[in-house]
Design a protein around this ligand. Structure first.
Ligand SMILES: Cc1cc2nc3c(=O)[nH]c(=O)nc-3n(C[C@H](O)[C@H](O)[C@H](O)COP(=O)(O)OP(=O)(O)OC[C@H]3O[C@@H](n4cnc5c(N)ncnc54)[C@H](O)[C@@H]3O)c2cc1C
Length: 403
């Protein structure tokens, strides 16, 4: 997938076929299986259950489709990837993340595969692209959330190895991962250039998973990683010594954008549920969809989703042209996170008491969407980025006025 590199993606016919395969997997296999087995978003899935679906998706030629062709993927454009991500989430399947590999698979690897050595690809990323291994990305720590420069996990050289010590917090997919990309301080005096990314095997002595908290979505996917004297060979340095921060920041713009179709998928599902409910629920001798107050809420929801969809695809098209989308990614992230949440809120209002009943689908979507205003850079951090961009543009246009 393109990162400052133009990407045209699959031709329309091939993409149509891929999209149909994703649809069939979700609606003809996954959702009926979940219904039959009583699985929900709040089920504690075991690794083997996830792996079955990763492999099924791989068998169908879906899993890994986001990766560049030279790495065994289909080289989808970012625009196409956004479409598939929205489709997957909109299904409301509890295991939707297994279709494209969001919980530990190819979606979590993304562009990083282009930065890996051949040995690293053979050991970690190619098996992950095949659904045989899974990874996670570990940056956050108890003292380093929005301010990633505060990380304290250390990697100290010892012969041909490094010894890692630290605590990574809220790491998605860590419980079911075979390896983690861990951001560590290798030179405490070099600022952001003293941060290095390591590929760490989860089976290494001293590596353990902790943290039995649940996010408000009730999904059992986030845990802490504790590293106590974990020995990692120097060949597992990803992207070069001192380049960890750069690697993380390069990944972040596309990642912010790619969170947006997920949020939009949830919001589209909430809208569909609300339209259906409004037409079926009868009060005062007519369906509540006849009341203008309800119609206006539905109108606002549809408008918000259309605006989100338009923004996402405009930003994706820009990324596919190889242009920098730092500001656009932040604008999409803050707008979609806040508006998708409002859509979920209206869906609950339209459902009345049914909507505020625990585990009703719109009640779950509401809880899940609330989280995105914090995750992958909070709304405040996105506004900071946009604000800095506005200042930079003005200063460039008015160099004489800059003191
Ligand atoms: C479910 C879940 C999954 C996650 N997955 C991962 C993962 O896979 N990998 C990973 O590395 N991390 C992960 N995280 C961590 C996540 O990225 C952080 O929670 C996020 O960056 C915010 O950090 P924080 O929670 O420490 O909040 P803080 O940084 O402490 O922020 C608290 C408040 O202060 C505001 N604030 C902070 N700085 C500023 C500023 N400069 N200007 C204005 N306002 C500011 C914030 O917007 C927020 O409102 C995950 C978190 C959760 C809850």
């Amino acid at each position: 997938m393109g990162l400052n590199k133009a990407t045209s993606g699959l031709d329309a016919a091939a993409f149509g076929e891929l999209r149909a395969k994703v649809h069939d997997l979700l609606y003809k296999e996954m959702l009926p299986f979940e219904k039959e087995s009583g699985l929900t978003h709040e089920t504690r899935f075991e690794r083997a259950q996830l792996e079955d679906w990763w492999k099924r998706s791989r068998e169908l030629g879906i899993y890994g489709c986001n990766l560049p062709k030279e790495f065994g993927g289909l080289g989808l454009s970012i625009d196409q990837l956004c479409t598939l991500k929205e489709d997957a989430t909109r299904s409301n399947a509890a295991l939707y993340g297994c279709v494209l590999g969001e919980n530990g698979g190819p979606m979590r690897i993304g562009y990083i595969i282009t930065q890996a050595t051949e040995t690293q690809n053979q050991e970690f990323f190619f098996p992950a692209a095949r659904g045989e291994r899974a990874g996670c990305f570990a940056l956050s720590e108890p003292e380093a959330g929005s301010d990633a420069t505060r990380i304290q996990t250390t990697a100290v050289k010892d012969g041909d190895d490094y010894i890692l010590n630290g605590h990574k917090r809220y790491i998605t997919a860590s419980r079911t991962a075979d390896f983690a990309i861990v951001m560590c301080v290798t030179d405490p005096d070099a600022g952001t250039e003293g941060v290095t990314a390591f590929l760490v095997d989860a089976a290494s002595p001293g590596y353990r998973i902790e943290g039995h908290y649940l996010p408000m979505s009730g999904q059992h996917i986030d845990n802490d990683i504790i590293l106590e004297n974990v020995r990692v060979p120097a060949r597992n340095i990803l992207g070069g010594l001192g380049n960890g921060f750069k690697l993380g920041m390069e990944r972040i713009n596309i990642n912010r954008l790619l969170q947006c179709p997920t949020m939009l998928g949830h919001a589209q599902f909430a809208l569909e549920q609300a339209v259906d409910y409004a037409n079926r629920r009868v009060q005062f001798n007519r369906s509540i969809a006849n009341f203008q107050a309800i119609q206006h809420m539905l109108a606002d929801m549809k408008t918000a989703n259309f605006a989100a969809h338009s923004m996402i695809h405009a930003a994706a098209a820009k990324a596919d042209r190889g242009e920098n989308i730092r500001i656009e990614a932040s604008m999409c992230k803050v707008f979609v996170a806040e508006n998708a949440f409002q859509v979920a809120d209206k869906a609950i209002q339209i459902h009345g008491a049914t909507g505020i009943t625990k585990n009703h689908p719109v009640e779950w979507v509401f809880r899940r969407l609330r989280m995105f205003r914090v995750l992958t850079g909070s709304s405040e951090i996105q506004r900071n980025t946009i604000g800095k961009g506005i200042q930079k543009d003005w200063q460039m246009a008015n160099p004489e006025a800059v003191s």
